[in-house]
Design a binder for this molecule. Structure first.
Ligand code: SF4
Length: 390
């Protein structure tokens, strides 16, 4: 592998430099042609590592449960957003056996607001699988980890490296960016991913693989950032092909992404005169599976707002038909594959009205305890005055 890495760097050395920000003339080509050395990055990490709640102090091995929990939470979510959720989960379920014994609904409720709810269901299923199949011990190998629910190649490599110091090479978006820049890889994402994975493996040292993985993550998150990378502070700037060319910010290359078509629909916020709101639970499988929502129409590309109330909940027990008021603006939300616009309709019904089939009344003051995704929190906040929605 080292031969491959060195060969790659030699190829990049011969590539013509272009653009602004080229290194000074005294920086020799011979130095630039050197391989990025893991030791340089580890020395930087020893001085500048981020303090994170799930990270063990220097020289200590992290608790595998802490590593696993944080890695699942961090999938598609920022460190800042995860912090309070991580603390809440750890306080409530201090070990994997406690989490496995918890009802799924409690886990979903505690997860509400963190997004991508399939992760919460997989987290719970994974905790149960670890208890049932492995006696409560998280497997130490990437292969063993990948057999568990919710653990893909990246998460398996991250847990194996960080929790067990196995020579694994997790590659997330930050690490992809660092490697694409180090080697000025011209092939765009996602086709370049196998090449990046190969180079990441070649760089990973046999000793301190866990620290090296975290150092790569820290470098990508704090120095080799998507915009305006702080190359002057980078321990690998002498070995970085993109820095040499002066166009680091243009890596990794990407093909233009086509956004999904806009879907539209209506949401119905129904309150009772005695301070309840009408809710239902989404089907267990699919988008926002098992989460709580206010009733809505289908979300479609050809939604017609003038026909929206045909999809509103019916209250056969009431003598008078329900009067719907539409809010002036819509609620917008972007899912991974499509943007959504919801028109919000409101109504108030008398206290004691029977909830339509499949729906239930919940006290507005108890909404915080519901597993409401952020989309539904937005809808409810949009419809109800601040003092009523909490
Ligand atoms: Fe990233 Fe700049 Fe370091 Fe290259 S020198 S790895 S572009 S921060």
């Amino acid at each position: 592998m080292r031969v491959t890495l060195a060969a790659r760097i030699k190829i990049k050395k011969s590539a013509p430099a272009r653009g602004a920000g080229k290194p000074d003339g005294h920086r020799s080509a011979a130095r630039l042609a050197g391989e990025p050395r893991p030791a340089d990055l580890l020395a930087w990490y020893d001085r500048h590592r981020r303090i994170l709640p799930w990270r063990a102090p220097a020289g200590r091995r992290a608790d595998p449960y802490h590593v696993w929990l944080s890695e699942i939470m961090l999938q598609q979510t920022t460190v800042k957003a995860v912090g309070p959720y991580y603390a809440k989960f750890l306080a409530r379920w201090p070990d994997i056996a406690a989490l496995a014994a918890a009802p799924l609904d409690d886990v979903l409720k505690a997860w509400a607001g963190l997004g991508y709810y399939a992760r919460a269901r997989n987290l719970h299923a994974c905790a149960r699988a670890v208890v049932e199949r492995h006696g409560g011990k998280i497997p130490r190998t990437e292969a063993g980890l990948r057999e568990l629910p919710g653990i893909g190649p990246y998460t398996a490599a991250a847990i194996a490296a960080i929790a067990f110091d196995a020579p694994a090479s997790p590659v997330d978006g930050n690490i992809e960016r660092v490697i694409a820049r180090l080697f000025a890889l011209e092939q765009p994402l996602p086709a370049v991913k196998p090449e990046i994975a190969k180079l990441a493996r070649a760089l990973t040292p046999a000793q301190r693989a866990g620290d090296f993985a975290q150092a790569m993550m820290d470098l990508g998150a704090t120095i080799c950032t998507p915009k305006r990378p702080a190359c002057a502070l980078c321990p690998w700037r002498e070995n970085c092909a993109a820095f040499r060319r002066g166009d680091a910010e243009t890596f990794p290359r990407r093909v233009a992404k086509r956004e999904g078509d806009l879907r539209r629909g209506a949401a119905f916020v129904v309150c009772s005169a005695d301070g309840h709101i009408l809710l239902r639970t989404r089907p267990a499988r699919g988008l926002l599976g098992g989460m709580t929502e206010v009733p809505t129409t289908q979300w479609s590309k050809d939604f017609v707002v003038s026909e929206a109330v045909q999809g509103a909940p019916h209250f056969p027990s009431l003598r008078k038909p329900v009067v719907w008021r539409k809010t002036a603006s819509v609620v917008r939300h972007v899912f991974t594959h499509f943007p959504l616009e919801l028109n919000v309709f409101m109504s108030e019904v008398p206290a004691g009205a029977a909830a339509p089939k499949g729906m239930r009344w919940i006290k507005i003051s108890e909404l915080d305890g519901e597993a409401l995704p952020s989309l539904m929190r937005k809808v409810i906040a949009h419809a109800l005055p601040a003092n009523r929605s909490r």
